[in-house]
Design a protein around this ligand. Structure first.
Ligand SMILES: Cc1cc2nc3c(=O)[nH]c(=O)nc-3n(C[C@H](O)[C@H](O)[C@H](O)COP(=O)(O)OP(=O)(O)OC[C@H]3O[C@@H](n4cnc5c(N)ncnc54)[C@H](O)[C@@H]3O)c2cc1C
Length: 414
């Protein structure tokens, strides 16, 4: 490394997942390429990696056990097209390897979510902070960036200013974060919450909070033109419905739901039956096998008894009625409700475990080969500030890791 050569000055705005990983990557790449760098992370709050700390219920769901880029992108309601090429460069497997090479072992759970084996987000934070220290990355907390101009001059809240050669904006999804991008001429796509649960008032769901279904199929209609489908686990809550399938549908329908003012029709197929005639056959079987048994005591296979009894009542059938005495009309109603119960969605509730914002910096304004702005040379973006978001399961962090890795390769290229 030449001692006289001026150091490449890199500012990372935002000390969250994307920012800290980018800073480390820039420093590592600079070491490999023998480039002299001066890297500073500017973080508005008093601590780095706040969301990492609380993520995954304190366990940090770092990424997802899906190593095929084509399948991986299917988990991003926004950004899937752009991410495909990016995941061919840096994907979950690379991130897992990166952690393991630095002493952090990662495991995966049955549903594909990946966590540190310690089940503690502290492990991830400690790893990142140790790397920053080892590589000489400077950290300035309580240093909000107020303005960035076209010459990559940063103005801080305390009035001080500094010019950099390269700037990465990884400020997440706050309003001030979007303002920084707007000042630089970038446009912000329509914002809307993503990953939320549904408020539904229904006699069927009353007093059944906590009951879950492992394989449902959902269909959501937000207006005449828009409908969304998802399959997977579903959970009854005190205020309506939640669970992985519902969160996924909320993400895909984020903008349509905002447009409909969070009013919609939701159709639930409780056991993901393939068609109505199949359900009819199933109930006929039940009737023939247990002609003298009370309907309420003979749930179809796979349905919790308490839910079944409510479903029977909801279909206007006394649970004490025996199968032999069920009227054709009631039989048909029960068949229909089991195959597809219709609910009115009346609003939403934020999912506390992981929520993200849909919308952000317009992807058309970003060169995805480098994550560089097409409007301002030397300016880069990564993470949630972009109009990219994933469903729950570690996909949102992976977007931040991948974008930051790609940006860093370009920022320190020689
Ligand atoms: C409760 C919760 C749990 C989650 N759990 C998971 C999970 O398990 N797995 C997963 O994949 N995703 C999870 N997510 C989503 C994930 O945390 C985000 O997608 C991810 O943190 C985005 O990273 P980022 O670097 O873009 O933004 P952030 O991590 O939000 O970091 C942005 C940083 O920029 C700073 N900043 C903002 N403006 C300025 C400014 N002007 N100057 C300086 N600094 C600024 C902020 O203070 C913040 O520290 C969760 C989210 C929440 C809210």
């Amino acid at each position: 490394m030449s001692k006289n050569k001026k150091a490449l000055k890199i500012a990372i705005v935002g000390g969250g997942a994307g920012g800290v990983f980018a800073a480390i990557q820039c420093a590592e790449k600079a070491q490999q390429n023998n480039v002299k760098v001066h890297i500073v992370i500017y973080e508005a709050s008093s601590k780095l990696l706040k969301k990492v700390r609380i993520s995954g219920g304190g366990r940090c769901n770092v990424t997802h056990h899906q190593f095929d880029p084509k399948l991986l992108v299917q988990n991003y309601p926004r950004g899937y097209k752009e991410l495909l090429a990016s995941f061919h460069k840096f994907q979950p497997q690379d991130m897992v390897k990166w952690f393991e090479q630095r002493g952090v072992r990662i495991k995966h759970e049955e549903d594909g979510r990946m966590f540190p084996v310690t089940d503690s987000s502290e492990t991830i934070i400690n790893c990142f902070l140790q790397q920053c220290k080892k590589l000489g990355v400077l950290i300035e907390t309580q240093k909000p960036v107020k303005k960035i101009n076209q010459n990559l001059q940063l103005t801080f809240a305390d009035g001080s200013e500094e010019v950099f050669d390269k700037v990465l904006i990884a400020t997440g999804s706050s309003k001030t974060a979007y303002d920084l991008a707007k000042q630089l001429g970038h446009s912000i796509t329509e914002l809307a919450p993503s990953l939320f649960t549904f408020k539904i008032k229904s006699d069927l769901l009353k007093d059944l909070a906590g009951i879950s279904f492992s394989n449902t199929s959902l269909s959501l209609k937000t207006d005449e033109k828009n409908s969304f489908k998802q399959t997977g686990p579903l959970l009854i809550t005190h205020w309506g419905l939640s669970g992985p399938a519902l969160l996924k549908i909320s993400a895909w329908a984020a903008r349509a739901m905002k447009k409909s003012n969070y009013k919609a029709k939701l159709y639930v197929n409780w056991l993901n039956y393939k068609d109505l005639s199949h359900v009819k056959e199933l109930l006929q079987n039940q009737k023939q096998t247990h002609p003298k048994a009370q309907i309420g005591n003979t749930p179809v296979e796979g349905l919790p008894k308490r839910f079944w009894q409510k479903l029977v009542l909801y279909s206007n059938i006394e649970p004490t009625t025996v199968w032999n005495e069920i009227s054709k009309k009631s039989f048909n109603k029960l068949t229909q409700n089991l195959f597809m119960t219709e609910f009115n969605v009346e609003g939403i509730s934020r999912f506390k475990e992981e929520f993200v914002e849909c919308g952000g910096v317009n992807l058309k304004e970003i060169n995805f080969k480098s994550m560089q702005s097409k409007l301002v040379p030397g300016l880069y973006f990564s993470g949630e500030i972009l109009d990219i978001d994933g469903v729950t399961g570690g996909f949102n962090f992976q977007n931040a890791w991948t974008g930051s890795w790609i940006a860093a390769q370009d920022m320190v290229s020689v």
